[in-house]
Ligand binder design. Structure first.
Ligand SMILES: [Zn+2]
Length: 287
């Protein structure tokens, strides 16, 4: 059994605030070890239930998506890190050969108070990201990419807010709640070692329940119609560049860009690119 693990950092055990997950933060180096230990816990739990093959994909957008401590990670895994990753921004090696997706260290969507470090794709630039007219989380986007490959999402490890979000969109998903969110920058934390015990137990249950047919991939409606609402109005330069060169994007109002695509992996990439279109429209060639 092949398990694909996407790991972000904001929902990792012990992490409480944005400064914990950026290079200059006091606890960033410690948080890298917590992140690695959370992954190891998911691997150990899945292995206890019989999984043997593990791909871990780094999806925290700091240091070019290289945050795990490779000297500390379980020897059985293959790690996807760095960027760019060919045609895909994320879930780059996820395909129908995988049996399950696990989300470790993921975080709540923008505006879902009190989610720790809650945001969707861009921490600073996006007010909201909507799919078919309603707010969507990164976790739901990942689960949908996996669902298009026929792969169910079986585990979410993070704070209580992202756990509740994912239970709504992935019926039957196992949840490891490693902290209770108090605000975007505070949480009631349990020691990472104890949290990692919860992750291992949830991962083991997840694989056992997957085998029993109790967790299936969520439904989706394609093509995926997105709207990205920016915090700041688009500059006239950005409006001109989008209108002339990026006609797959349309401008709905002074802060909202819309697009659609039949593949969620591509739609996600378009949602990620929107921040650069807004910020540095003439540098977009580099993305
Ligand atoms: Zn992140």
């Amino acid at each position: 059994m092949r398990v694909y693990i996407s790991v972000d950092m904001e929902g990792v055990s012990g992490v409480t605030r944005w400064q914990d997950v950026i290079t200059t933060g006091q606890d960033y180096q410690r948080a890298r070890s917590w992140m690695t230990a959370d992954v190891n816990a998911a691997v150990a739990g899945a292995r206890a239930a019989g999984a043997s093959d593990f791909v871990v994909e780094e999806n925290h957008g700091v240091e070019m998506l290289c945050n795990l401590v490779l000297d500390e990670i379980d020897e059985a895994v293959e790690v996807v890190r760095g960027q760019p990753r060919g045609g895909a921004t994320t879930a780059a090696a996820l395909d129908s050969s995988c049996d399950a997706l696990m989300l470790v260290g993921h975080h709540a969507k923008v505006g879902d108070y009190p989610g720790v470090c809650a945001h969707t794709i861009s921490y600073g630039d996006y007010q909201d990201v909507r799919l078919h007219g309603r707010s969507v989380s990164e976790g739901e986007i990942f689960a949908t990419i996996a669902a298009q490959a026929g792969v169910p999402t079986v585990l979410i490890a993070g704070d209580d807010v992202v756990g509740a979000e994912m239970q709504k969109v992935c019926p039957g998903i196992e949840v490891a709640t490693v902290k209770r969110a108090l605000s975007r920058t505070s949480a009631a934390i349990i020691p990472p070692a104890r949290a990692q015990g919860l992750i291992a137990a949830a991962a083991e249950r997840a694989i056992n329940r997957l085998r029993a047919g109790e967790i299936i991939a969520p439904d989706f409606t394609s093509p995926f119609a997105f709207e990205v609402q920016l915090r700041k109005p688009l500059s006239s330069e950005a409006r001109a560049v989008i209108g002339e060169r990026f006609r797959e994007f349309s401008i709905l109002d002074d802060r909202t860009v819309a697009f659609e695509h039949a593949e969620m992996a591509v739609a996600y990439r378009m949602a990620a690119i929107t921040q650069f279109l807004a910020r540095q429209p003439h540098d977009i060639r580099s993305y």
